[in-house]
Design a protein around this ligand. Structure first.
Ligand code: NAP
Length: 252
């Protein structure tokens, strides 16, 4: 028995980092989880870990920026697991650069994964959710939505996701579908490690310095985000929709 008994959760970009922690959190609450990432192989470790712990999960290769792959993946989830109750749009990439050095490709890639990817997955998932008259969607924004040097593409995409979330909450609310977003600050994952490496900083040192500026005096872990995502996807949050929850240790 668990909080997500009978529920089917789809988490994109779940092969590692925040997505992996989120998939494991749903599985621990007894949801059947579809672990999506660029390739099926990159999902395997998370699927194996969930199954070894007694949970239920399947892995699927799905590039969220490609409409046909997304449609196919959701049809397969509905076919294999019976429903689509929860969607977490987590897949993400960085292509940081100052504006004058940012290429069109840097812009398109980031928009394609974060914004278009979330749009495509929501569009595919809502078909099942509207029919069920039940659904929970959690999009992944970021504190960068408020502006961050070197991230014109990423911050625009993450700010866009906030408007997207609020609009879907209005459109899908009548079908008992809650749509919210989380906006994490500094979370320890490969993504923040790569950012430190790109600017030639030591990752451990980088975390220490970030922690000193955060009111709660620590950086976040993937589970800090997974816990909030799980709350928003649970029936305990059934009157919460169109909200953006910052998970940043109290930073402004
Ligand atoms: P991560 O460790 O880099 O994980 C991102 C995952 O998304 C990877 O497994 C990646 O696959 C996958 N992915 C990339 N492009 C994809 C695509 N087109 N289709 C499907 N999957 C794709 O990053 P993370 O830190 O866990 O970030 C997860 C989300 O949180 C992202 O949306 C990120 O922007 C957001 N976020 C993170 C932080 C932070 O501090 N870490 C803060 C705010 C927001 P590959 O392994 O093949 O690249």
């Amino acid at each position: 028995m668990g909080q997500f008994d009978g529920r089917v959760a789809v988490v994109t970009g779940a092969g590692r980092g925040i997505g992996a922690a989120t998939a494991k959190k749903f599985a621990a609450g007894n949801a059947k989880v579809a672990v999506l990432d660029l390739t099926e192989e990159s999902c395997q470790a998370v699927v194996d870990e969930i199954c070894a712990a007694g949970g239920s999960a399947i892995g699927m290769g799905c590039n969220v920026s490609r409409a046909e792959e997304v449609e196919e993946a959701f049809a397969k989830v509905a076919d294999l697991l019976g429903r689509v109750d929860i969607l977490v749009n987590n897949a993400g990439i960085l292509r940081d650069n100052l504006l004058f050095k940012m290429t069109e490709d840097d812009w398109d890639m980031v928009m394609g994964v974060h914004l278009k990817g979330s749009f495509l997955c929501c569009r595919a998932a809502q078909k099942y959710m509207v029919e069920q008259k039940y659904g929970k969607i959690v999009n992944t924004s970021s504190t960068s939505a408020l502006g961050n040097r070197g991230q014109a593409n990423y911050s625009a995409a993450k700010a866009g996701l906030q408007g997207f979330t609020k609009t879907l909450a209005i459109e899908l609310g009548p079908f008992h579908i809650n749509v919210n977003a989380v906006a994490p600050g500094f979370i320890v994952t490969d993504m923040t490690k790569q950012t430190a490496e790109r600017v030639g900083a030591d990752f451990e040192q980088n975390q220490k310095m970030a922690a000193e500026r955060i009111p709660l005096r620590r950086v976040g872990q993937p589970e800090d985000v997974a816990n909030v995502v799980a709350f928003l996807a649970s029936d305990e949050a059934s009157y919460v929709s169109g909200q953006v929850i910052y998970i940043n240790g109290g930073s402004r």
